[in-house]
Ligand binder design. Structure first.
Ligand code: FA5
Length: 343
């Protein structure tokens, strides 16, 4: 019986050493040490041996059991470490590969253009002032010399919110707020959204304007021209020129539409220029000398004679379109990331 046990033990040791996987090792364990394993089967015959031999056989069986358990444990650890190594190899990460970065958001062209205008005008001494988008009919129209029966009211198709309340149609609505909230001199810049019932490739129902207002003693048309020339050069490049064409806005007198020389053909009219359509000029804003009636309404009588001012108002989207050669203004409000990612 002892010889049989030794035979089983030695064979089992070999099988353990040769087991190539954890599954195979488990099979070896069950086959030798399991309830119905080879060792148990032999020990079932213990009843047939003498009382003297029984403890000797038991000791040999226990010895093999311990040996085999130790060998199984060692082999298991070895196989596990091989499996772990294989897994580490197959899941190896190359930490030196460049990372795939998430797309970073960027500022909208309307924001960057507005900020640029503010930055340039700040150097010329303009402070930023804002006003509400929901405005009184009085401040949007009457206070800037557009009374109820004035034909100019039709120039800006208006969204009314209720009697006497509307969505402001221009940032000129902030002019009277500024003049009434502070004493002269006034030198402010008012950026913000405005609304008109208007929609095509160059008109949007909601768009942005920046209004400039400078009221002081002896402010002249030449000062207006100087400020706007600087603004144009800073926005469109050192060679940019401006020209003023007579125009009408009820809140200024005289009034002008201001054009900037086309940055594409440098103000030399070329029939093929798609930007300025061959004229050499691009319209960017309205401007003029503040109408004396507005200064009166503002209560600036104490200034005595010589108090004058100028104002200008520009469409931010139009300027952004020119700066970035955007063909359709509506693209700016469609939220299409393919468009927005370009900025
Ligand atoms: C005005 O709104 C005057 N308040 C500007 C002004 C201020 C003149 C101070 C004199 C003194 P106008 O309606 O032309 O003017 O609009 C000014 C600019 O806004 C236009 O030159 C254009 O660039 C832009 N604009 C007008 N309507 C739209 C629209 N629907 N969509 C996008 N931009 C527009």
């Amino acid at each position: 019986m002892i010889a049989k046990l030794n035979g089983i033990g030695e064979q089992a040791l070999k099988d353990v050493a040769e087991a190539g996987s954890l599954d195979a090792l488990e099979q070896v364990r069950v086959a030798v040490l399991g309830k119905k394993g080879a060792l148990s089967e032999v020990l079932k015959g213990l009843g047939t041996v003498t009382a003297e031999e029984r403890p000797k056989i038991g000791a040999v069986a226990n010895d093999w059991k311990r040996k085999l358990e130790g060998a199984l444990e060692d082999r298991k650890a070895a196989l596990e470490s091989v499996a772990l190594e294989a897994r580490l190899q197959s899941e190896r990460l190359d930490a030196s590969l460049p990372a795939r970065l998430p797309h970073r958001g960027s500022l909208h062209p309307v924001t960057t253009t507005t900020r640029r205008i503010i930055e340039i005008c700040a150097k010329l001494g303009f402070d930023v002032m804002t006003g509400p988008e929901i405005e009184t009919e009085f401040l949007n129209f009457d206070a800037v010399n557009i009374p109820a029966d004035h034909p100019a009211r039709d120039m800006q198709d208006t969204f009314f919110m209720g009697p006497g309340v509307l969505l402001r149609t221009h940032t000129s609505s902030v002019q009277m707020r500024a003049m009434r909230s502070q004493s002269w001199p006034v030198r402010i810049l008012c950026p913000g959204a405005v609304y008109r019932c208007d929609s095509d490739a160059t008109h949007s129902p909601m768009f942005h304007q920046v209004e400039g207002l400078w009221v002081d003693r002896d402010v002249k048309m030449s000062d207006l021209k100087g400020v706007l020339s600087t603004l144009a050069r800073e926005l469109f490049g050192a060679e940019a020129k401006i020209r003023l064409r007579p125009s009408y806005f009820p809140f200024v007198e005289p009034g002008a539409e201001v054009d900037v020389s086309c940055f594409q053909c440098k103000g030399t009219p070329q029939s093929g220029c798609r930007i300025c359509k061959g004229t050499g000029w691009l319209e960017i804003l309205g401007a003029g000398m503040v109408h004396p009636r507005l200064l009166e309404l503002a209560g600036f009588k104490d200034a005595g004679s010589g108090l004058t001012g100028f104002a200008f108002g520009m469409g931010v989207e139009r300027i952004a379109m020119l700066l970035h050669q955007i063909p359709d203004l509506r693209l700016m409000f469609q939220g299409d990331v393919r468009f927005l990612r370009q900025f």
